[in-house]
Design a protein around this ligand. Structure first.
Ligand code: C2E
Ligand code: MG
Ligand code: MG
Ligand code: MG
Length: 284
């Protein structure tokens, strides 16, 4: 029982910390909360086209720099934010920050990128989600086509009919949707057929042993062919080695994301990468 109390107390302390940390972020409605007092930060991981080698987009991934505990992984606090409902304001901050940042790269004259934002179950269920997304796009000036929402199968399956309705609203706005961690959750193939999505993300658990595991190879190939038959693009996450990349490329996977190309990095690094990728036109 004392163990349980400790963990409940730990949770409460973490929650209170989250509430405090979020306050200055929410005052900055334009999502430019990057002041020294801001404990939350977004890193961006490049997504690369496997055929051209070009970076076409980034995924926004949250970090929490806790004043006492140091860097806390989202795996430790997103669940808690979900349980407490704090994911709603926190998720809105993520959404707005990602939209403003992506538009800022565009304003700086860099090659236009798409940004994807993770939306967890409770956020996805929230009534005002579509409205919040529309507001973030309007306020930042980012075109809807440059935004992608990543949801998991389990979030969608919690209320399938309502989820499909919401996905259609996003589709109508021009916002893209992808299924994150595909293959780890439960979604029936007949449901998948009805989702207005544009991309499947092969979960990194199927990628890590790709070189050695025939089972994982079979799963990866099956997801790629299923995705293509449904007219979706397929991206593999967690690509760390050249063998993994080569296998995916040889099997017609469209895109990849992983430490092999880049870890999640601060926005300045993305700007540098993009600037370096600009090749000046040949002089006549
Ligand atoms: P995810 O959306 O599936 O994100 C992929 C995770 O894999 C990220 O972990 C990323 O840093 C990590 N990763 C990328 N490439 C590699 C690789 O080559 N090898 C390995 N081992 N890992 C790689 P991260 O940033 O710790 O995020 C973990 C999860 O937390 C995310 O999984 C997502 O579910 C959640 N999350 C992160 N940011 C947000 C957010 O802003 N909102 C919500 N709702 N959830 C978030
Ligand atoms: Mg994701
Ligand atoms: Mg993922
Ligand atoms: Mg994953």
């Amino acid at each position: 029982a004392s163990e349980m109390n400790a963990s409940v107390e730990e949770k409460l302390v973490l929650l209170e910390g989250m509430r405090t940390a979020l306050e200055p972020c929410l005052e900055e409605r334009d999502g430019r909360c990057t002041g020294a007092d801001c404990q939350f930060q977004l890193l961006y991981q490049p997504k690369v086209d496997l055929r051209t080698g070009q970076v076409f987009g980034v995924e926004a991934l949250i970090r929490w720099n806790h004043p006492e505990h140091g860097l806390i992984s989202p795996l430790r606090f997103i669940g808690l934010a979900e349980e407490s409902g704090m994911i709603v304001p926190l998720g809105e901050w993520v959404l707005r920050t990602a939209c403003f940042q992506t538009q800022a790269w565009r304003d700086a004259g860099l090659p236009p990128l798409a940004v994807s934002v993770n939306v967890s179950a409770r956020q996805f269920e929230e009534k005002r989600l579509v409205e919040r997304i529309a507001d973030a796009l309007r306020d930042s000036g980012l075109p809807p086509q440059a935004l992608e929402v990543e949801v998991t199968e389990s979030s969608i399956m919690r209320d399938l009919a309502r989820s499909v309705e919401k996905m259609r609203e996003l589709e109508a706005m021009g916002v893209a949707l992808s299924i994150d961690d595909f293959g780890t959750g439960y979604s029936s193939l007949s449901a998948l057929k009805s989702f207005p999505i544009s991309r499947l993300k092969i979960d990194k658990s199927f990628v890590s042993d790709l070189a050695d595991s025939l089972d994982d190879q079979a799963i990866a190939m099956a997801v790629i062919s299923l995705g293509h038959k449904l007219n979706l693009r397929v991206i593999a996450e967690g690509v760390e080695t050249e063998q993994q990349r080569d296998f995916l490329r040889a099997n017609d996977c469209d895109e990849m994301q992983g430490y092999l190309f880049s870890r999640p990095v601060p926005p300045e690094r993305i700007a540098e990468m993009l600037a370096a990728s600009i090749t000046l036109p040949e002089s006549p």
